[in-house]
Design a protein around this ligand. Structure first.
Ligand SMILES: [Zn+2]
Length: 309
């Protein structure tokens, strides 16, 4: 990079910080401290979104974050055991179970209750995984490990941020470090960890196959694709890799670390009506990436304009 470009990039970054507020790209913070901006606005499939409205959609109220959503089967041996706005997934295998996302530590008893209501034992959780190193998804890992003895595994790029997560001083358990494309197998079930960085350094999208009436379906448990307020060159490079990768994953059952990313409320209402499995939704596989990629480009444009490009 020559001097002028370096200077322009620096000015762009400083201006963006001044215009858009301090970076929320510090690894942890995201939700409460710096409220995101009400600009830019993007329209995707007829709906308008701002950074603020996306965060509000994801998180709901403090009560939504901690209130049990009815635990339910999604497909095959995959179940929902999270709260109204923070997803937790249970995968039941022939050799014990896998939990994805412990969410906040205070939610662990709620997750335990959901697991037991479905007829499974919390103590049968043998492997603990996560989507990304933010407290609303993985703060409870130490407590889950303490209660179940599960092996905790994490994407290498998220390990430093996870190690910073110490609820009541408990150190964050990491028994195994994973790398992009690595698989995790327990009994008859194999999950693949895809590095889909941008929201955090080690944001992990999990894929697996589940069967229904003998037919295989590709399940994608997406990591948040929500861009931070300030797009550093590293974050831009990460998202430029992540968006095409997420679009390329074979997908029949789209899921996400916040239920709103896959319209859980509407789909759950459909279960009650009963005719078909509403979670089998190939048409919905691009829903979240379309919103977040549009927002990413709008933020980048805004940041570049603010820098006088
Ligand atoms: Zn997050």
């Amino acid at each position: 990079m020559n001097d002028r470009l370096t200077r322009v990039a620096l000015v762009m970054f400083i201006t963006a910080v001044a215009v858009l507020g301090p970076s929320v790209n510090s690894g942890r913070a995201q939700t409460a401290s710096t409220p995101p901006a009400d600009h830019p606005e993007v329209t995707v499939r007829g709906r308008k979104y701002t950074p603020q409205s996306i965060l509000a959609r994801n998180m709901g109220t403090p009560e939504d974050q901690t209130t049990q959503f009815p635990p339910h089967k999604i497909i095959g041996n995959l179940y929902y055991v999270g709260t109204r706005t923070l997803s937790s997934f249970l995968i039941v295998t022939t050799r014990g179970n896998i939990l994805i996302n412990s969410t906040y530590e205070r939610n662990v008893p709620t997750i335990e209750k959901s697991v037991e209501q479905l007829g499974f034992k919390f103590s049968d959780i043998k492997i603990l995984l996560g989507t990304h190193a933010h407290g609303d998804h993985q703060e409870g890992d130490a407590l889950v490990k303490q209660l179940t003895g599960a092996q905790a595994m994490a994407m290498a790029e998220d390990v430093p941020a996870l190690q910073d997560m110490k609820p009541s001083g408990k150190s964050h358990p990491i028994d195994k470090t994973l790398h992009d494309g690595e698989t995790v197998t327990l009994g008859d079930t194999t999950l693949t960890a895809h590095l889909t960085a941008g929201h955090t350094r080690g944001c992990t999208t999990w894929t697996m196959e589940e069967r229904e009436v003998g037919k295989p379906y590709n399940v994608v448990i997406g990591c948040s694709l929500r861009p931070p307020a300030t797009l550093t060159p590293q974050v831009v490079a990460e998202f430029n890799h992540t968006f095409p990768l997420v679009r390329s994953l074979p997908c029949d059952v789209p899921l996400g670390d916040h239920p709103a990313q896959y319209n859980l409320a509407e789909k759950y209402a459909e279960i009650e009506r009963g005719a078909r499995n509403p979670f089998i939704d190939p048409a919905g596989c691009k829903y979240e990436v379309d919103i977040e990629e549009a927002m990413f480009h709008a933020l980048l444009d805004e940041q570049q304009k603010a820098a006088g490009w």
